[in-house]
Design a protein around this ligand. Structure first.
Ligand code: NAP
Length: 277
């Protein structure tokens, strides 16, 4: 009878804080890179522990018993579920043994631009105090950078795959009429690309760096929903945006991130993604 030799490779073990849609894709990519490694998942509830176990992600809730340290830690939990996001971030950072990488998936929201202008990795961010939403992200980034970790600022994530159907277009399609202005420019990245980019950063063992995740094809809200309507891939039709005076957006470009990592997205634009579904 064949026997299976399970070789654990501790130096590539990965802790995923927030093994949601992105975290699970990171786990999958990581295991392809390092077969035999162990992947751990830190959550806020036990709601998805069964699913995580089936995906070979060892789930845990036990921050207080966080005596175990990991060579690779990725924090990819969104802020809205946490009683104290910054405290959780500090705990996550203290679970890193300082050897491989620590990465925080932040957002491109803090870039200080709301006139549909151009931004890249080095564009200025809003000052602390302007909005609670950007404050929490900037403070979280600061914690990670001080620990020697790196930050990946992600643009709008989307996916359409089996049970996962997420993204701004899904939300707007559900509503049909949305009270936001149509000409606001948005930036997108497919969840699979955000995962491959995260893994590319983790593998390089950077210290204290900020990267940007986007597909370099900014689109207005109207352009996104026109593409959705014209694609014929959805049963519903989007009606309209009705806003007139809410802020505009920005046009992101991450050429520096791509060049440094030798990374390119699989879904080069939202239009390309629609062709694939
Ligand atoms: N969605 C976007 O457009 C967008 C844009 C820019 C950046 N991001 C960032 O991208 C990352 C991934 O987002 P996602 O959509 O993959 O998230 P998601 O699917 O909503 O992930 C939720 C997971 O995080 C866990 N979680 C939440 N708060 C936690 C905490 N404080 N400590 C530990 N676990 C926690 C949840 O635990 P339970 O299983 O207990 O519920 C769940 O497993 C996040 O950092 C988010 O801020 C998202």
């Amino acid at each position: 009878m064949a026997t299976h030799l399970q070789v654990a490779i501790p130096e590539h073990n990965l802790l995923i804080v927030g093994p949601g849609v992105l975290g699970r894709l990171v786990a999958q990519n990581w295991r392809q890179e390092y077969p035999g490694c162990q992947v751990f998942g830190q959550t806020v509830t036990t709601d998805h522990h069964h699913e995580l176990t089936k995906l070979a992600i060892n789930p845990s809730l036990e921050w207080t018993k966080a005596s175990h340290k990991f060579p690779y830690v990725i924090f990819c939990a969104p802020p809205y579920q946490s009683s104290d996001y910054l405290a959780h971030l500090r705990l996550a950072a203290s679970c890193w043994n300082g050897e491989g990488s620590l990465l925080f998936t932040s957002s491109s929201a803090p870039y200080d631009c709301n006139d549909n202008g151009f931004c890249d990795e080095d564009s200025p961010v809003v000052p602390i105090g302007r909005s609670p939403r950007t404050d929490v992200l900037l403070k979280a980034e600061k914690i990670v950078l001080e620990f020697g970790g790196s930050v990946l600022r992600l643009s709008g994530l989307y996916i359409s795959f089996s049970e996962f159907n997420k993204g701004a277009h899904v939300y707007w399609l559900e509503k049909g009429i949305v009270e936001s202005r149509p000409d606001h420019i948005l930036n997108l990245i497919h969840y699979e690309d955000a995962a491959s980019l995260s893994v590319a950063i983790l593998k390089k063992k950077f210290r204290g760096r900020i990267f940007l995740g986007c597909d370099n094809h900014p689109l207005s809200r109207q352009e996104i929903m026109d593409l959705v309507n014209k694609s014929g891939k959805f049963s519903k039709k989007f009606e309209k945006f009705t806003g007139t005076d809410d802020p505009l957006g920005k046009r992101l470009n991450n050429s520096r991130t791509r060049q440094e990592l030798g990374w390119e997205p699989k879904y080069t634009s939202f239009a390309h993604f629609l062709e694939t579904i």
